[in-house]
Structure formats: C-alpha cells, structure tokens
Design a protein. Sequence first.
Length: 135
Amino acid sequence: MESRNYICNYCRKVYIPKRRGVQKFCSNSCRVGSHNLEKKKSKTGLVPAPQTVKSENTKIEKMSLAGVGNATFGTFAAELVKSIFAKEENKPATKGDLKLISSKLERFQIIKNMNPNFNGQKAYYDNQQKIIVYI
Ligand SMILES: [Zn+2]
C-alpha cells in the first residue's frame, strides 16, 4: 500500500487521501475552490493581482476626496455652530431660563379650545395682564 501523503493542489495542505492516485485535493471544498479559480483564470486570462492595484488607487482617490469633503464640512459646521449660538432662543437652557419658564407656566394658562395662530403659536391666558396671548 502506498504510504506517502498527498499535498492538496488548492490549499497545499498535506492530507491522507481516501482513494490513492485519484484525489488531487484534500476536500470537496478545495476541489470546488480550485475549479472556480481555474474558471476565473480562463475568463480574465490574468490572476487577480492587477485588480488589487486598481482598487488601492481608487481607495487613495476616495480618501483624498473625503479629506476635501471633511474640510468643506468643517467650515460649514463652524458656520452652522456660529449661527446657532447667535440665536438667543437656541442657547442652552440655564437655571435662570428654567425659572423663567416655570414662572411663565404659572402666569400663562393654555387655552385648549383655541387654535394655534398662523405662526403655530398656541393661545394662552395671561393671568397678569388678563389677556389672551400667543406664545
Ligand atoms: Zn485543500
């Protein structure tokens, strides 16, 4: 009986074949893998190496484009932050603000049977001035 081990034609692993002299691969998946590789080779006539180079170039291009995009976005974001902080109403709420809000809540009572005005502001009854206001 033949005693030498076989080397898989696909993964190069040393294996003991079930049927001597017939098998070229250690497993079915290697046989299929090798078959697919052969198909690929015959299709393109080339090993996939040049593709790798191409994709690396694309990656670099994408990276530099992203860099430009980030710089533009950075400027835009800074402008946006400036404009947000320039608006009084968008400033983060302080304890004073919260006090003001709660005092407003006591002073103004929402009127449920009145529709909001064209600005979307709701109708409130001002307990101090005794009038209806839109806030
Ligand atoms: Zn194998």
